[in-house]
Design a protein around this ligand. Structure first.
Ligand code: F6R
Length: 261
């Protein structure tokens, strides 16, 4: 796991965007994995800026989102499908239908989850997955206690996650759905490169466990310790509980410039 501690979200966005541009340069039809939430916004802003500057095209690329609330009406602005369209997809040149997400309105939820898994598999798999992390160590909506071998399925959101996400629902926790469809931990583990972004003090304990704790379903993100290519991009606040922080800084400083993340 590579740990990179940067000045702020803008710098994190730049480093992640460099990796995505390098991927698309070599593989214009690459498959991206997109997360919602606040953490990746600086990446999406940077990618949109580079698209505007003519430096990148997503015309041949495809993407899969991580998760979706169950039961939110099709036109609800907080459906992750709409959120990802607003913050990223509509700002660049993805082809129509190139971006898919789990169907939180499906009548047959297990069938929708199976269909999502086969769509990801059928695309050839995710080349680069962007992730945030919850304060409780969740990735996508794999809450503590999730099977480390889980696939796309329905999950109950914890009270804490609903409180954290109430900011997107006018501060009203009761408006936050109780369930979601989420890619499983085993689904995410199949992505070829994972870039996980965390900023702010509220993520420091989860980040410490992710990188330095024992692998445990109590901190679902720790499964990433078994992945061969994970890059964790942090600001100082999110890195403040890391025991080997000096070593991570020294390693990144000493990295040859030609070697991307
Ligand atoms: C969102 C998702 C979640 C978020 C996590 C952190 O698609 O899968 O795991 O990444 O809850 O959210 P933020 O970035 O808003 O702190």
């Amino acid at each position: 796991m590579e740990v990179v501690i940067l000045a702020d979200a803008k710098e994190i966005g730049g480093v992640a965007a460099d990796a995505i541009l390098a991927l698309l340069d070599g593989k214009p039809d690459a498959v991206l994995g997109l997360a919602t939430g606040s953490s990746p916004l600086a990446i999406y802003d940077e990618l949109a800026a580079r698209y505007d500057a003519g430096l990148v095209s997503f015309r041949k690329a495809r993407a899969f989102t991580l998760d979706e609330y169950v039961g939110l009406p099709a036109d609800h602005p907080q459906r992750y499908r709409h959120v990802i369209d607003n913050v990223f997809v509509s700002r660049v040149d993805f082809a129509a239908d190139a971006v898919q997400g789990p169907d939180g309105l499906a009548a047959d939820i297990p069938a929708a989850c199976r269909a999502y898994e086969s769509a990801i598999r059928g695309s050839g798999g995710v080349d680069l997955q962007i992730l945030g992390i919850g304060a409780d160590g969740h990735i996508a909506f794999n809450e503590p206690g999730s099977s480390l071998a889980s696939r796309t399925r329905i999950k109950t959101l914890t009270r804490q996650t609903r409180i954290d996400n109430a900011r997107f629902f006018g501060g009203d926790v009761d408006s936050v759905p109780t369930h979601c469809l989420t890619q499983g931990l085993a689904t995410i583990m199949e992505a070829r490169h994972v870039i996980l972004v965390a900023t702010g003090r509220s993520k420091a304990e989860a980040v410490h466990n992710l990188i330095e704790g024992p692998v445990s379903a109590m901190w679902p993100a720790t499964i990433l310790q078994h992945h061969p290519h994970v890059t964790v991009l942090l600001d100082d606040s999110a890195a403040r509980r890391l025991q080997l922080v000096d070593y991570y800084r020294e390693t990144y400083r000493g990295k040859p410039e030609w070697q991307g993340i």
